[in-house]
Design a protein. Structure first.
Length: 255
């Protein structure tokens, strides 16, 4: 078993949108926290750090978070990055793959077990993210190639339609909600050989679709509250993670 675990990445790793609760506004739990809790239940005393920050590009994850993780000398590292790059206007997959490979190689050289995230097929969700399907496919292929080269496990969401349902997504349609993060944590346990593949078939049913008017109203609300601010940030060249620091920068026992 692993005694220390560091999670690297962007908003997915930080845990958006899986809020801790009303007593901690703006603080998120997420699949990585849930994975750490599962590991601690199996072997109490696991130390855990989460360096994920929303909006981070792959280069910043590799340049900033990987050295910080190496300094902590963990037994286990998870890393998921590249989605924010894939959704930007300037996209250089060859450069990104080379950067990713260098970062993962450094983590593996340290002796840590490394788990990479293979993000899902956005065409299953459609909408804005679905337009970047070919880029997501290239990112997923690079993840598998890098993982094979360096002996990493992969949490592979791509071939599964589990997250096609609205019940796993938050109001912004870009981040998983608490239910979605719980499924993602089970997927990570499966990748580590600690659970079966039942995460691909979560219990529960998709709620009935809204009426035509209800859907149009929901779309308009989403565009005003989430799409427009996202577009404005892109035009201004700012990130949702500006001024944000890692929620668990040091290895420490779970509460």
């Amino acid at each position: 078993m692993w005694r220390s675990y560091v999670a690297l990445g962007d908003s997915f790793t930080e845990g958006l949108d899986d809020p801790v609760g009303p007593l901690a506004p703006g603080v998120y739990r997420g699949w990585a926290d849930r994975l750490a809790a599962h590991l601690d239940q199996r072997e109490p005393g696991v130390r855990y750090a989460n360096l994920g920050i929303r909006g981070r590009t792959l280069a910043r994850v590799i340049d900033e978070q990987v050295p910080a993780a190496l300094a902590l000398r963990p037994d286990l590292v998870t890393i998921g990055a590249g989605v924010n790059d894939a959704m930007r206007r300037h996209w250089d997959p060859d450069r990104l793959a080379a950067t990713y490979d260098e970062g993962v190689a450094a983590l593996r050289t340290s002796g840590a077990t490394v788990v990479m995230i293979g993000f899902g097929d956005p065409t299953l969700r459609g909408g804005l993210v679905g337009r970047f399907a070919s880029r997501f496919a290239r990112l997923n292929a690079d993840v598998h190639r890098i993982a094979a080269r360096h002996g990493c496990a992969v949490v592979d969401f791509w071939p599964h339609a589990v997250f096609a349902e609205d019940r796993f997504w938050s109001a912004d349609r870009l981040h998983l909600n608490s239910r979605g993060h719980a499924v993602a944590a089970r997927a990570a346990l499966h990748a580590l050989g600690l659970a079966d593949d039942s995460w691909t078939r979560p219990p529960g049913e998709q709620p009935p679709p809204p009426s035509w008017l209800g859907q149009r109203t929901a779309d308009a609300t989403w565009a005003g509250r989430h799409l427009l601010p996202w577009v404005v940030r892109r035009l201004r060249g700012v990130s949702s993670g500006d001024g944000i620091t890692a929620k668990r920068p040091e290895l420490s026992p779970l509460p």
